[in-house]
Design a protein around this ligand. Structure first.
Ligand code: S3P
Length: 454
């Protein structure tokens, strides 16, 4: 029934998740102007809780992302006996319990929609002395987990999954994991991080080689806590000899959230925005490189380093875009940004071709199929392929009703498409925007997008 929002609450750990039917309606046209700071980086927020909990001493975090995914990690650690204050205005205080100080939770750890929580926690919990059960929502419980359970089994971990390798995962308490060398078959920071965290509890060295560079926040943050992780070419190495010492963490804005506005300001005529304090770690900036190859006008200003991570302000002005063949080496560096990059491609003159991005099919939704379906409804020539998409752009975007399939990044991408649409776009099933960017509507509206919810 349009306009009716029903909600079911259920309580897991101490978190109340709201399952709500939210519809976005975006009016066509407009431009984006102004200066904003988008919320904190999701990947770093997860890791700050995990490492702060295992550290000795009190860790202070600023810029923490107060959104459902990062809160799933936070609540999981509270359930394992860690005292955590906040978040209040992005500030969190973690009273670390040390590497061996976690306690058995008294019920399964519910991780909502968060793949990062589940995959990283699998590694971290595989070497604890107690059992844990990890569960999640329908989307998370249908995502592939063998990519972590198989290498963890090689280290001696005992994890019982569902028959098809999915969660719930029952992680059996086990001390005495053994270090391994693992050549990752896919470029995944979640798999790499999972194994490095397990390696903190394993005898001997654990090393992981990646087929292409992936985000390195785990390595950087471990070093920030004084825990040695070495890097040689495409291989990261860790052992159990280190110790985590509490520190201060300043989480920059999430470039994956900034990406919606990088595209929005590029495609909407007369736009001019500045996005403040954005993390520009080179393992995350593929979206800037791809947009610049398409002709975008993005200036990287005031570059600085904050707590071991590069940060800058990004000024974006509207610019005509043209289609490109997206270089495959940029795919892992922009892996979360393709939904909105497909919108850029729809506005770009000529053909854009994405290949080598099969991973998009196993994100919070099948992002190749779901984006192609929605763009086609809006009259865009978007053809899904096995491992990417071909978009013949620049022929206009129509109005219509699309479905986000409960995927936050799909919902926000179609909102941005409204800037160049000829009629209103209605986007169903948008509650999951709360998993990564609860302030999206407020900030988008402040910049000039006409977005309402029902
Ligand atoms: C993440 C890694 C990426 C990304 C996800 C967050 C992380 O997943 O898509 O949103 O924080 O490590 P993969 O490593 O599986 O590609």
């Amino acid at each position: 029934m349009p306009g009716s929002a029903f909600s079911t609450n259920w309580k897991t750990n101490n978190l109340i998740y709201m399952s709500q039917s939210i519809t976005f309606i975006v009016q066509p046209g407009g431009r984006l102007r102004g200066e904003i700071r988008v919320p904190g980086d999701k990947s770093m927020s997860h890791r700050s809780i995990m490492l702060g909990s295992l550290a000795e001493g009190v860790t202070h975090v600023k810029g923490f992302l107060n959104a459902e995914d990062a809160m799933s990690t936070l609540e999981a650690f509270r359930a394992m006996g860690v005292s955590i204050e906040g978040p209040v205005d992005g500030e969190v205080t973690i009273h670390g319990v040390g590497k061996h100080g976690l306690k058995a939770p008294d019920k399964p750890l519910y991780l909502g929609n968060s793949g990062t929580s589940m995959r990283l926690l699998s590694g971290l919990l595989a070497g604890q002395s107690f059992d844990t059960i990890l569960t999640g929502d329908k989307s998370l419980e249908s995502r592939p987990m063998r990519r972590v359970t198989e290498p963890l089994a090689l280290m001696g971990a005992e994890i019982v999954s569902q028959e098809n390798g999915t969660a719930p995962l029952h992680i059996k308490g086990k001390t005495g994991l053994k270090g391994i060398h693992y050549d990752m078959p896919i470029a995944s920071a979640q798999v790499k991080s999972c194994l490095l965290l397990a390696g903190m509890y394993a005898e001997g060295e654990t090393s992981v080689t990646e087929p292409a560079p992936t985000r390195d926040h785990t390595e950087r943050m471990l070093n920030g806590f004084g825990y040695p992780v070495s890097r040689e070419g495409d291989t990261a190495r860790i052992n159990s000899q280190g110790k985590l010492t509490a520190t201060r963490i300043d989480v920059p804005s999430d470039i994956s959230s900034a990406a919606f506005f990088l595209v929005g300001a590029s495609i909407a005529p007369d736009s001019d925005i500045t996005l403040k304090h954005v993390g520009i770690n080179p393992t995350r900036t593929g979206v800037i490189d791809i947009l610049q190859l398409m002709g975008a006008n993005i200036e990287i200003l005031n570059r600085r380093e904050v707590g071991g991570e590069p940060v800058a302000d990004l000024r974006v002005r509207a610019s005509p875009l043209h289609g490109i063949d997206i270089p495959e080496h940029l795919v892992p560096l922009a892996i979360d940004e393709f939904p909105v990059l497909f919108v850029a491609a729809a506005c770009a003159t000529g053909r854009t071709v994405l290949t080598g991005a099969r991973e998009l099919r196993v994100k919070e939704s099948d992002r190749i199929q779901v984006m192609a379906d929605g763009l086609q409804i809006l009259g865009v020539d978007a053809q899904p392929t096995e491992d990417g998409m071909v978009v013949n752009g620049g022929r206009g975007i129509g109005g219509g009703e699309v479905d986000s399939h409960g995927d936050h990044r799909i919902a926000m991408s179609f909102s941005i498409a409204g800037l160049r649409a000829s009629a209103a776009i209605t986007i169903r099933d948008c509650a999951n925007v709360n998993t990564s960017f609860p302030e999206f509507r407020q900030l988008a509206t402040r910049l000039g997008l006409d977005l309402t919810t029902v």
